[in-house]
Design a protein around this ligand. Structure first.
Ligand code: PEP
Length: 252
């Protein structure tokens, strides 16, 4: 049975002190929630990763990094490597977020390398993909998503897929307040699951968790999560408030 997952991407938000306060609140409230086959993951900025990882050690809250370098070490000023992430007991990384694709040159080819480096270093990957508004309007969204997934992930072996979580994030819905309808999310998730089934075997596609991301809020989470192929959410803005984030966790 595939896991349900609610992951919070803090992006470039929260100072060290603010991170500590948010984690404290999350830890307190999460105790009241009964988690049934559901994982909670938070992805703070690099500067807060080690502290948050320590603070959540004996809780049900898992921690993820927001990015890694495709290379493992060397003269790459400002970069953070997979072994560095691993060394502070963080086991998951978000790759392919549309903001990384748009502002930091994360192409499908570079992402394929980052995915390999992450898996080689025993990191689980939350792989984001999704179309921009023009692609949706012109009816190209399936083609665009298919390309993104094929180029970055279809060189992987079946065994490697055990450490992949997918996150469909239509770019037009990220941080805009505009959410894909539950039907639009379901349609794309089912398409992607079928794509993976065609390339690999249905056992892999059936077990892969596919999250939806894009303006998920406490008010719309339940409806989106009710769809058959939506296995949870990748949450941006609403993950910055413990109340909102936990309300979304409860919705699952
Ligand atoms: C995201 O950045 O992954 C995201 C889904 O953001 P938001 O929830 O703010 O749209």
């Amino acid at each position: 049975m595939r896991s349900k997952i609610v992951a919070g991407n803090w992006k470039m938000n929260k100072t060290y002190q603010e991170s500590k306060a948010l984690v404290k609140e999350l830890k307190k409230s999460v105790k009241e929630i009964k988690l049934d086959n559901t994982r909670i993951i938070i992805a703070p900025p690099f500067t807060n990763l080690q502290k948050v990882s320590k603070k959540t050690k004996d809780t049900c809250i898992e921690v993820a990094a927001q990015n890694i370098c495709a290379l493992e070490s060397g003269a790459f000023t400002g970069e953070i490597s997979a072994p560095m992430i691993k060394s502070i007991h963080v086991d998951t990384v978000i790759l392919g977020h549309s903001e990384r694709r748009e502002y930091f040159g994360d192409t499908d080819e570079l992402l394929a390398k980052k995915v390999d480096t992450a898996l080689k270093n025993d990191l689980e990957v939350i792989f984001c993909f999704g179309e921009v508004l023009e692609d949706r309007k012109s009816g190209n969204h399936f083609k665009v998503v298919e390309e993104q997934i094929k180029k970055a992930l279809f060189h992987l072996t079946s065994e490697e897929w055990v450490n992949i979580i997918l996150a469909y994030e239509p770019v037009w819905a990220i941080g805009t307040g505009e959410t894909a309808s539950p039907e639009q999310a379901q349609e794309m998730h089912a398409f992607v699951r079928e794509l993976v089934a065609e390339r690999y075997i249905s056992g892999i596609s059936e077990n892969i968790s596919i999250l939806y991301g894009g303006s998920v809020k406490p008010t719309n989470a339940k409806e989106i999560f009710s769809k058959e192929d939506v296995d949870g959410g990748l949450i941006g803005g609403a993950a910055l408030s413990a109340n909102d984030f936990l309300a979304i966790v409860k919705a699952i």
